[in-house]
Design a protein around this ligand. Structure first.
Ligand code: GAL
Length: 675
């Protein structure tokens, strides 16, 4: 059922009268969620084309939490045919979310244009997930449900009628003068004559995010195989070369759950045929079955643009847009007929022979080769809206393909937006900065998307190890060797450590699966920003930088924030190391934290210095945390006898679930589950 067609059985309370004489309607959807409709919202929005349903069954059981301010402090007006929207900001308030950023976490003081795009190295709103959802540490958040390029001024604009204006200072004489004085507004401009806004409250930020995710259908629950190790082979590999590569993994005692084929599996790519190349893969069914027999799933790369060289072209052509990309036609997948044609093609060539999923590339777009904003589509959806939702719709269509076959998939995608949390897809990109990849992992947790800091190549063994360590603590532990054919063992000086971390990842699958169950059924992101963790109080600091007429003529301050450590599941804190680091600071939230590897007490609500023992990534377990593990099945597989020590602490005198239980029944381990 499409999101837009759901009948909401709800009480309508008109709380705010009107602005510009246009009525604003407030609907109390469920405890802690309100929908505001202002002006005439467009038919197409971020959720309207998706087959998702809010998890009212769970949401209705959550406790009501009030809005932290009076509803009439939200101002909505029509300006110049657009919708202007304003939320109040209090002095110390912090704002998170508003897209998948790679360098910054807290967004106050920033100006953004939320525009689907490949990330270009600047946090300006152009990104793979330009989600117009923000969460405030005052305990509320809002989704601006418009598929337009939305502009946001996050505490930058200062109004003449401000209730809390900053003090005017004289730059000549006052050293406290600031180029960016305090602003008490969060302002948006939506290029549409009306908009729907969905407000979420919570007793803390995590609860706000939970409500947001549950409203979007909850989080995805990937198959267990999807949580193992992934390896993407070089583009032009043949079936034999893939089989040999897989055999090398076995020889090296390196785990492998998913093999990813890059563009060369097809007869043509950029644009694509989605048909197997008969020379490189003469018998795809046998190849896929051969992989499955070794417990390895096959994932196929694709992009949305369809080549005239394939059988799909003529069938789908009537349902495509006005422009081509790389001379391939662009299907309008909001149309059921286009969805049907693609489904039949994928079933015939891939699903029916056991292909387990897709890597859906290039649906984010670079302006210079994607369809322009003047393009038209047969559904009548504008090019701009199509750009914002294309990746979401592809995720929806392919998720349903697998659901209809009663199978699970887990794949990769380069574009996501609001409403995609329940689709089993993880974002990735071509950008390659290790630190920034971790910041993206942190930020993904505010906006209902998943992100992998995939590993591709490295300048040194040290960098290789550090990257491999962090990817093993992310939604998809993946080496993407499409371009240079790097192997896990390419840096002999760190082979043992790399093996160890990949094997640990495999052991952690029951724990990770439980974390994903919490995502699916409670809306808790499996990897989370520290700011979402109860008891984490480290504040963002603004460091004033000295005036420099060339480099910093406005003496702009630099924000210091926690963006290099994160929560992994309910109880694990990961503090990655980056090449060149011999030690690092770790901020432990309140309560006791234990060293994952030794079980020793690491600290309690304090800043510690981590010295990695045996070159391992620093990992800590929360007091009372339960970390179910698969048993070590291979020689050399990491054994962590002391781990249970960290689980058996004051709050949990006995372990309440065992790895055997997890393995046999895939039981979701909860604190009150009897053993
Ligand atoms: C890129 C993608 C890479 C790889 C490559 C293959 O767009 O980000 O991961 O798949 O295409 O051509």
């Amino acid at each position: 059922m499409k999101h837009s067609s759901i009948f909401y059985l709800l009480v309508i309370t008109t709380l705010v009268s009107c602005t510009n004489n246009k009525p604003i309607q407030w609907t109390n959807e469920t405890p802690g969620i309100w929908k505001i409709t202002a002006g005439t919202p467009e038919k197409v929005n971020l959720l309207s084309e998706l087959n998702i349903l809010p998890r009212y069954d769970i949401l209705n059981q959550m406790e009501e939490t009030p809005l932290p301010f009076s509803p009439d402090e939200i101002v909505i007006e029509q300006q110049d045919g657009k919708t202007y929207l304003r939320f109040p900001l209090s002095e110390e308030e912090k704002i998170y979310g508003l897209g998948l950023h790679f360098k910054t976490v807290e967004q106050r003081g920033r100006v953004l244009e939320l525009h689907m795009d490949h990330y270009g190295g600047r946090d300006n709103g152009r990104t793979h997930a330009p989600v117009p959802f923000f969460v405030s540490d005052r305990g509320y958040g809002a989704l601006i449900n418009s598929a337009r390029y939305i502009r946001a001024w996050v505490g930058t604009g200062i109004r003449k009628d401000s209730q809390h204006p900053p003090v005017a200072r004289d730059r000549n004489t006052d050293p406290a003068w600031e180029a960016q004085p305090y602003s008490d507004n969060l302002e948006f401009l939506i290029p549409a004559e009306g908009v729907e806004i969905i407000l979420f409250t919570g007793k803390n930020m995590q609860e706000v995010v939970q409500r947001y995710n549950l409203y979007n259908g909850g989080g995805c629950l990937p198959p267990r195989w999807g949580l193992g190790f992934w390896h993407r082979v070089p583009t032009l590999f043949t079936d034999k070369e893939v089989e040999e590569e897989v055999a090398r993994f076995e020889e090296h005692g390196f785990p492998l759950s998913v093999v990813g084929l890059e563009p060369g599996w097809q007869t043509a790519s950029y644009p694509c045929t989605y048909e197997w190349d008969p020379h490189r893969f003469p018998d795809p069914a046998e190849f896929v079955a051969g992989m499955k027999a070794q417990q390895i799933r096959t994932n196929l790369w694709m992009n949305p643009y369809i080549s005239p060289a394939g059988e799909l072209y003529n069938k789908i052509e009537p349902y495509t847009g006005s422009h081509t990309v790389w001379c391939g036609i662009v299907p309008d997948y909001t149309l059921p007929a286009a969805q049907q044609i693609l489904t039949e093609h994928f079933e015939k060539h891939q699903l029916n022979i056991g292909v387990s999923g897709y890597k859906m590339d290039e649906n984010d777009g670079y302006d210079s080769w994607l369809w322009p904003d003047v393009a038209t589509f047969p559904s009548g959806i504008s090019a701009e809206q199509m750009r914002q939702i294309y990746g979401s719709v592809m995720q929806d269509v392919t998720t349903r393909m697998y659901k209809e076959k009663n199978e699970r998939t887990f794949g990769l995608v380069r574009a996501a937006n609001a409403g995609t949390s329940s689709f089993p897809y993880v974002l990735y990109n071509d950008y390659y900065n290790h630190r920034d990849f971790i910041t993206a992992l942190v930020n993904s947790s505010f906006i209902g998307v998943l992100w992998t800091p995939e590993v591709r190549a490295s300048a040194t063994g040290e960098e290789w190890l550090r990257r491999m360590q962090t990817v093993c603590f992310s939604p998809v532990a993946m080496l993407n060797a499409w371009a240079d054919g790097t192997k896990p063992w390419s840096f002999p000086e760190v082979t043992n450590e790399v093996n160890e971390i990949a094997l640990l990842r495999m052991q952690l699958i029951p724990y990770l699966y439980t974390a994903f169950a919490d995502y699916a059924f409670k809306g808790i992101p499996p990897m989370r920003a520290m700011n979402l963790e109860e008891g984490f109080t480290a504040a963002t600091r603004l460091n004033r930088i000295e005036f420099d007429a060339t480099d910093n003529p406005y003496a702009l301050a630099v924000k210091e924030e926690v963006k290099d450590q994160f929560m992994f599941g309910e109880s694990i804190l990961v503090a990655p190391l980056f090449a060149g680091q011999k030690e690092r600071k770790v901020i432990l939230p309140q309560g006791k934290w234990y060293n994952f590897y030794t079980g020793e007490l690491a600290g309690e609500g304090e800043v510690i210095t981590a010295h990695p023992e045996q070159n391992r990534i620093p990992v800590y377990v929360k007091d009372g945390g339960i970390v179910p593990l698969y048993p070590p099945p291979l020689p050399g597989w990491i054994t962590l006898p002391s781990l249970w020590k960290s689980a058996i602490t004051e709050r949990n005198p006995v372990p309440i679930c065992s790895t055997t239980m997890m393995e046999k029944h895939t039981i979701i381990c909860r604190e009150n589950t009897p053993a």
